[in-house]
Design a binder for this molecule. Structure first.
Ligand SMILES: [Zn+2]
Length: 119
């Protein structure tokens, strides 16, 4: 996921020309590329929306995923796995159906295996 600055920098490197006009949609400077005037930021975000719609339809189109860390470090990951496992264990103790308890227990087992792989 690229920021607006990164998108513009990429187009500058590709030989695009930054114009003094700004985009009426996002307010970013427009670019002239091969004689065509366009907003590279809107162009890139359209692409992102398309690829997102293919993978998950739950995301709203206008939602900008800014400030989201793309990768968690191992320590954070372990922390959230601990929380997840704790939540699972809680669910198991509240679960009256023995078959579902088995399923949940298996999830916990898999979770612990994955957790151990991180250490
Ligand atoms: Zn724009």
């Amino acid at each position: 996921m690229m920021t607006e600055d990164e998108i513009m920098a990429a187009y500058l490197l590709k030989g695009g020309k930054m114009l003094s006009k700004t985009c009426s949609t996002c307010g970013c400077p427009l670019f002239e590329i091969k004689g065509e005037t366009l907003c590279v930021v809107c162009k890139e975000s359209e692409k992102n929306v398309e690829s997102k719609e293919k993978s998950s339809s739950s995301l709203r189109n206008n939602e900008k995923p800014t400030g989201v860390a793309p990768r968690k470090n191992t320590r954070e990951l372990k922390g959230s796995m601990e929380n997840m496992l704790a939540a699972l264990c809680e669910r198991i103790s509240d679960e009256p159906d023995p078959e579902r308890v088995l399923v949940l227990m298996n999830s916990v087992k898999k979770g612990i295996e994955a957790y151990n792989m991180l250490s």
